[in-house]
Structure formats: structure tokens, C-alpha cells
Design a protein around this ligand. Structure first.
Ligand SMILES: [Zn+2]
Length: 126
């Protein structure tokens, strides 16, 4: 049973600025901005299909696209449900993720994998 915390988000419009703010959090000063247009998106090095770099087929009409900003490193992942999407399923869902600054994660072996079930709230403070 998968519970999507964004299940209310079935509008076609995606609030990219809110998603970016959520992703960058405390590193907000290090990124280009919260408007997707402020970033320099590229799918270079993301892998994906030969004919469509940065694009993966998820079966049926579903596609996943991955890009990152060449300046600040913010990652954008979009899932396109396509014409065969389920009733109530968002046509496009987008996720932004800013990798932690590389000069801080060298000695940490911990990798808090994101299982997406929302039962691990961020630690307060720090
Ligand atoms: Zn950027």
C-alpha cells in the first residue's frame, strides 16, 4: 500500500518554486534561484535512453526525465504519466533535490535512503 504524500496534487500546474524551496532548504543561498528558468538545466551525464538522454521509460506511456543544473547542481526529476495514466493521477509530477555540498559529506558513511513513506521527519536544529 503506497500512500503518496502529494496525492492532493493532481492539478496540471506544478508549483515549481515551492518544490525548489522545499528541496534546497537551508542551502537556498547557494542556488541560482527558485524559478526553474533561473537554472541552467542539462540532462548530460544523467544516462537514460540512447535517443533521449535523461529520459527513462517506466512502461506504458510513463516517462521519467532527469536533469540537473550545471551551476548549482540542483536535480529535477519529472514523471510524465502519459496518456495511459490512472484516474486522478497527476499528468506530471516533479521532484527537486539538491545534493548536499560535496565538501561536507566525505566522512559520513550514513546514507539515509529516502523511502518516501514520510515517517522520518527532519531533525530539528543543527
Ligand atoms: Zn541552478
Amino acid at each position: 500500500m503506497h500512500v503518496d504524500e502529494d496525492s492532493h496534487d493532481i492539478e496540471l500546474e506544478v508549483n515549481h518554486e515551492a518544490r525548489i524551496k522545499e528541496a534546497v532548504g537551508r542551502w537556498i543561498d547557494d542556488v541560482c534561484g527558485t524559478d526553474p528558468a533561473d537554472h541552467d538545466w542539462t540532462s548530460e551525464g544523467e544516462g537514460g535512453l540512447d535517443e533521449n538522454p535523461g529520459v527513462w521509460s517506466l512502461g506504458g506511456t510513463k516517462l521519467l526525465t532527469r536533469e540537473h543544473c550545471t551551476r548549482c547542481g540542483l536535480c529535477r526529476e519529472e514523471t510524465h504519466a502519459g496518456s495511459q495514466r490512472n484516474p486522478g493521477e497527476a499528468a506530471v509530477s516533479v521532484r527537486y533535490e539538491l545534493p548536499a555540498p560535496s565538501d561536507e559529506d566525505d566522512q559520513s558513511g550514513a546514507d539515509p535512503s529516502d523511502d518516501g513513506d514520510g515517517d522520518s521527519p527532519p531533525a530539528p536544529g543543527s
